[in-house]
Design a protein around this ligand. Structure first.
Ligand code: SF4
Length: 310
């Protein structure tokens, strides 16, 4: 299919500035990975340079090679390295050195490990919290193949937000995601967190992969049925010609309509929705920060997040 020309609303400024250089040096000094770099996130420049706040990065744990191969994702597949036992402490040190008060941790999937990396992930949360209990920690976790004991290891490490991405509507799970991923399995992970803890839950959907409106609505409804608190919707962007084609560039007005449906009609605490919104870009950190750190009401926290995210 002919590659579509990107509309103007998808243009981003390249990374630059002192803050960007500082963060890059801190990461390289400790041999740390970020999903920002590994997934070639278009927002890296804005996030790292702190144009919208102190500057942030999403740490990617357990190496830069994934045991899975989702057809939308630019992270390399196969050839996984053994875990770096120093990584949890190195991440905590980098957080302190960069001066982050809100940290997002994610990881590749490690189906090759007996516990799929659950203990390593949990130790990283604890290292950060032990070093500074005031840091808010959001984790974007794998599905751990739906194994409740492994999900519980993350819950018991007490991060502030547990995110797991459903990524797309049920009909498109394959070919968008690796065959080991699944709609019910992913919603099951979020539902378990809601059932077993007070930790806020979050998920993300990509639009522009060929989904129908009624399918988006059904997915949002299923997520609310599982009591998921926060949802983000962003435009799928093709990382390379060997990845899935973009079926459609969804207009910003449509994203705004979905935001209103998600919050006003379906009752999500917060919905970040826009072409450039990603799991951890303009994706609710400010909302969670206002809610948890400043003790604001949902309405007040939404207002804070909206005012800053513009
Ligand atoms: S599980 Fe899929 S989306 Fe996640 S890093 Fe691996 S290939 Fe990418």
């Amino acid at each position: 299919m002919q590659t579509r020309r990107k509309p103007d609303w998808l243009k981003m400024r390249p990374p630059s500035g002192q803050r960007f250089t500082e963060i890059k040096r801190t990461l390289r000094d400790r041999d740390l990975h970020t999903v920002c770099e590994e997934a070639n996130c278009p927002n890296l420049g804005e996030c790292w340079s702190g144009r919208n706040g102190p500057g942030t990065a999403t740490f990617m744990l357990m190496g830069d090679r994934c045991s899975r191969g989702c057809n939308f994702c630019d992270v390399r597949t196969g050839g996984m390295e053994p875990l770096d036992p120093e990584e949890p402490a190195n991440v905590a040190e980098a957080v302190a050195e960069i001066g982050l008060d809100y940290v997002v941790l994610t990881s590749v999937d490690r189906d090759d490990l007996p516990d799929q990396g659950a203990d390593h992930f949990a130790r990283t949360i604890r290292e950060i919290k032990e070093r500074d209990p005031g840091v808010l920690v959001e984790v974007l976790i794998p599905d751990f193949r739906g194994e409740e004991d492994l999900v519980r290891e993350i819950i018991e490490a007490e991060p502030d937000v547990i995110a797991h991405n459903v990524e797309t509507v049920e009909r498109l799970q394959w070919p968008v995601r690796d065959r080991r991923a699944g709609y019910e399995q992913s919603i099951g992970v979020l539902e378990q967190v809601e059932r077993e803890s007070d930790i806020h839950t979050k998920t993300s959907l990509m639009l522009g992969l060929g989904e129908y409106e009624h399918e988006i609505y059904q997915t949002l409804s299923d997520l609310r049925e599982a009591d998921v608190d926060i949802v983000t919707l962003g435009q799928y962007l093709q990382p390379s010609l060997s990845h899935l084609d973009v079926f459609e560039y969804v207009h910003p007005d449509a994203f705004e309509t979905w935001r209103r449906v998600a919050e006003d009609e379906l009752g999500f605490l917060y919905c970040a929705s826009g072409p450039m919104v990603r799991s951890s870009y303009k994706a609710g950190e400010l909302f969670v920060d206002a809610l948890l750190r400043e003790g604001k009401t949902v309405e007040e926290a939404r207002a804070v997040a909206r005012a800053t995210a513009r």
